[in-house]
Write a protein that binds this ligand. Sequence first.
Ligand code: IPE
Ligand code: IPE
Ligand code: MG
Length: 236
Amino acid sequence: MSVYFTSQSTLHVGIIMDGNGRWALARGLPRAAGHRAGVETVGRIVEAAPPAGIGILTLFAFSSDNWRRPAAEVEALMRLLAIYMAKETPRCVEQGVRLEVIGRRDRLATGLCAAISRVEAATAHGSRLRLRIAVDYSARDAILAAARGASELSLDSLGTALGPPVDLLIRTGGERRLSDFLLWECAYAELVFTRTMWPDFGAQDLAAAVREFRGRERRFGAVPEAPVRLREAWLD
Ligand code: IPE
Ligand code: IPE
Ligand code: MG
């Protein structure tokens, strides 16, 4: 239990990067232009994460349900992901970023898989920020896979197989739902929803979300610390 109460120096922040399409349509642009602008935002937010106190950043880039979009949009997204993975190594190495991709690989093009493996290997020693990008990701699939692969079913074994718990979950774009992202890991995450569309989200917005998180009291099912102390004093 006590692990829940240790104050963490660096946070695990998850972001559902939503609103690219609406951002583009509002400007009379094709949805793909919104996705291109969204990639620029990723660069800014990755750079802003360590100074904001973030040690692990998990970004939702493509959900397993996003395959249901029109083929042209899926192609545009896959092309952007391939370009990002191919180009990102020098910047990650320079910034001390370790990049990992979570989600299924078996439905991705071989070229994209190869680019992912290359950037993962080249950035493996980055220690300033662990950047996890979720591609063809479904939290429910991940939980099933973890359960299938576990030698014994326990909170610890599934938690270890899935990944670190999320402290703060941000969703841009105005919707207030999780859309199958990190469902297990968000068991006690603080949720911050913002109307800002992902292409407009900046370092200031990230810092504001972290401030909002720091102002909240996480209780993990227990009672608030101050009243506990008061009650103990009274019992003495
Ligand atoms: C998020 O933006 C990017 C992906 C889901 C791939 P959307 O494409 O969902 O943008 P909206 O929600 O339609 O505006
Ligand atoms: C969630 O956004 C997935 C990503 C941001 C990659 P969606 O736009 O796909 O989610 P819904 O359809 O609004 O729930
Ligand atoms: Mg959306």
